[in-house]
Design a binder for this molecule. Structure first.
Ligand code: C6P
Length: 430
């Protein structure tokens, strides 16, 4: 199959938004149409990128071009639009696989999001491999997406869950992990970067420990792939799940990467069209990977958008992205406690162990009220439990407010947050 080029960033191109080896976030902002809008008469200060990122023109145009110029189903139509659609879909797979340095693009399955990718493993691999008394090790900081599917699985199969505890700073207790591995778990599943505390977990070390104990490893990369360089080969994990919408791509796009031999041994997740080779009334032969796991008509335009997002981020350079967000994090951790009296911050203090996520509370003011008042000034932060209720329980917090960054975030955004929080305090404390 020849792969034609569809809209995106030219191969290997460095975008003009990278100058002198650093991101120019102000130039990048111009590439995100939504960021030029006003909210309640203020410039939009979007600090909820951990929830979902905004989309650059390159992604919007790739999706737009799909529907305007060649919308057709994939792997079916032997006509111009169908061939272009199939080419673009499979090229996006190559692009996304390359972005995480997967050794083989056929090991990359398109899913709707990280949640679906994790559920795919829980249903397919889990039901075949987890039985009575088998243990799965998770952590106290997991997003519900990397907790509930495993709860459902062990309840059904009579297995067990064990949890790596965290320190008060939000770091994993690797000493306890070492002890937990003595129960010989079948699987260890943990987040690469915490969506609530920002903790960047020591994946390679934890993978090596798990493998030495005979366990497979699933990494929830939802908050890592958009923000830090991810190389699934050097991380050494067995399964790696992530969402597209947090990495500048359309909602409804995501992926699971797994080693070929695991995917080939796993039964299908969903049955239907696309995932079969031959169907008879009483039995079917299944397709090769990755299509065995992509039943039905896929979200083709969204996958094409995900490919364009991966190209865009590759053009910026993920090392630059990480440096930019670490700089913003350091600035926020410096300025917030100095300028906002009494603010409580959570998570690791060392910016090398943390992504661009800043959870906080203003004592005596509910985070929902904080978020609501900030909205009046055009500032978007998330408030609540951020789908990590057990983590909040562990930290004895009912809820937190959370500011989170992406490539288009600037120090001006943090200054606006500081000013907004002072206003919140004035309103509530008089
Ligand atoms: N976290 C947040 O505001 P989905 O919904 O499938 O795209 O992503 C689920 C998910 C899985 N793991 C982690 C670490 C995540 O952060 C998320 C999504 C968002 O923090 C929405 S709840």
């Amino acid at each position: 199959m020849t792969l034609t080029s569809e809209p995106g960033v030219a191969d290997g191109a460095v975008l003009p938004a990278v100058r002198a080896g650093a991101l120019d976030a102000y130039a990048i902002r111009d590439e995100f149409p939504i960021l030029s809008r006003e909210v309640h008469g203020h410039r939009v200060v979007y600090l909820d990128s951990a929830s979902t990122s905004q989309k650059p023109r390159a992604v919007i145009e790739a999706v737009d071009a799909f529907y305007r110029e060649y919308n057709a189903n994939v792997h079916r139509g032997i006509y111009e639009f169908g061939e272009r659609s199939t080419n673009a879909y499979e090229r996006a797979r190559v692009e996304v696989a390359r972005f995480i340095n997967a050794p083989d693009s056929h090991e990359l399955i398109f899913t709707r999001n990280a949640t679906e990718a994790i559920n795919l493993v829980a249903y397919s691999w889990g039901r075949r491999n987890i039985g009575r008394g088998d243990a799965i090790v998770l952590t106290e900081m997991e997003h519900h997406a990397n907790l509930v599917p495993w709860q459902i699985l062990v309840q059904e199969r009579d297995g067990d869950l064990e949890f790596i505890p965290i320190t008060d700073d939000g770091l994993l207790r690797l000493d306890v992990y070492e002890v937990l591995l003595r129960v010989k778990p079948k699987l260890v599943a943990f987040t690469h970067v915490s969506n609530t505390l920002g903790t960047i977990n020591p994946v390679r070390e934890m993978v090596d420990m798990a493998h030495a104990a005979g366990a497979l490893v699933l990494i929830d990369g939802a908050q890592a792939v958009p923000h830090v360089p991810v190389d699934v080969q050097s991380l050494g994990a067995d399964f790696y799940a992530f969402s597209g919408h947090k990495m500048l791509a359309p909602m409804g796009s995501g992926a699971l990467w797994a080693r070929r031999e695991l995917l080939e041994a796993m039964p299908p997740f969903l049955g239907g069209g696309e995932m079969i080779r031959e169907v008879h009334l009483r039995r079917s032969d299944f397709n090769d990977i990755p299509w065995k796991f992509e039943a039905g008509t896929p979200a083709v335009a969204d996958a094409v958008g995900l490919g364009a997002a991966a190209q865009y981020l590759r053009g910026l350079g993920m090392d630059h992205v990480r440096d930019h967000e670490r700089d913003l994090l350091a600035y926020a951790l410096d300025v917030l406690p100095r300028e906002v009296p009494g603010i409580e911050l959570y998570g690791p203090l060392d910016v090398d162990q943390r992504g661009g996520v800043v959870p906080f509370n203003l004592p005596g003011i509910h985070p929902h009220d904080v978020a609501q008042v900030l909205d009046r000034f055009g500032i978007a932060v998330r408030a609540g439990h951020h789908c990590t209720m057990p983590l909040h329980e562990r930290l004895e917090l009912a809820a937190t407010a959370r500011a989170s960054f992406n490539v288009y975030s600037t120090r001006d955004d943090i200054d606006a947050l500081v000013a907004g929080l002072r206003q919140v305090q004035t309103i509530f404390e008089g």
